[in-house]
Design a protein. Sequence first.
Length: 366
Amino acid sequence: LSLLFCTIHPFLAVKSQPMLSASFDFTWLCFFAAIRCSIAALAAQPQACSKPRYGPGLTNVTIFSGGLNRTVTLYTPYVASSGNNLIPPTLPAPLVVNWHGCNKHHPLIDYHMEISKVVDAARDRTSMLMPWYAIVPLGTPAALTDNWGWNTVYHGIPCGQPGVNDEEFAEAILDFAASELCVNTSRIYTAGFSTGAFLSYGIACKHGDRIAGVGANSGLLARGSLDSCRTAGSPVPIQSFHSLADPTVPYAGNLVWESQDAVDAMWRARNGCTGALREGPIVTFNSSTTRCLRWLCPGAPVETCTVGPDKKVPVGLDHCWIGGRSGGFPNCRPRHGDIDATAHMMDFWDQLAGVTALPQPQIAFV
C-alpha cells in the first residue's frame, strides 16, 4: 500500500497545492518502503543463495528417501564475483531434473548426461545467458536383470528395485533443491528419456504445482491413467518428442501404454484447451524429418514434436533422445533436420519465464 501511494502521490500533489508541503515527507516514506521491500525480497531467498553448500561444477550428492540413500549428480552453475572468482549463484536460478531410461549402461549417469546433453546445455546457458542448475538422479537395480531404472508413477514401466517408491524420491529431490540450492522454485523443470519420460509425465500429473514444465523424450503413460492425470491438478507446460518408428515405446502405444496422441490430448484437456481456433496448433519447427505443433491452451501450452524417416534412415529413428548423442540404440545418430530436443525445450522454458534467449542451434547436426 505504501508503494501504491508512492506511485500516485506526486500526481495528487500537483492537483492539490496544500499537499506540496507534505511531499518531502512522502518521498522519504517511499524511500523507506522501497528499502523494506528489498529487505523482504532478500529474506525470501533461499539461505543457500548467501551461504552456498555446493561449489560450481559436478558433485555427487546423497539424498535420503524411502529408507534408502539415493544418489544424484548435481551440476551447480557459476557467476563471477567482484574479484572475478567463479562462485555459485547468489540469486535464485532455474533447475532441470533429468531422468535417465531403463538400461544397463554403466556408469549410467555419465551415459545419460552424454546422450541427453542437458548438463552441457545448462553449462552453456550459464556462460552465455544465465545460471542453470541440473540434477541427474540415479535409479535402482531392477530384479533379475542388469538394468537400472524407475518404478514409474502411473505404472509405466517397473524398472527399479521392487518396493522402491520413485515418486517419493522425486519429492525428496524437489525438497532438497528448495532447501539446499539457490534455486528459483517457480522454475523447476523435469525432463526424461524412456522410463524417465514416463516418470516426468507422472511427476507433473501429481505435482503440477511444483513443476514449471516437462520435456518428455520417447515416453508415454499407462492405459487407464489418463483420466486421473487430467483431473489431478494445475496446468503444466508440456513438450513431447517421439519418433514415429520407435520400436521400444511405440508412438501408437500398445496394450499397456496409451498412444502419444492420446497422451498429448489429455494434457491439452488438463491445460484448458477446448478446440477453439485461437488455440492453434501453430507450427514451431518444421524440417525434412521433424514437425512440432504447439497448442496455446489457456492454462499452459502443449507441444508435440514428431520425428519421421528420411532418405538416410528410411526406417526412421529408433528409441532415442531426439537430437541427442547416439546412446547405443541403432539409428539414433542425429540426422540433418532432427530437432535438438534439449535446446528446444530449454529455449521454450526460458521464453515462458520471459527470458530473452541468445540464439541457440535448433537442428541437431551429425
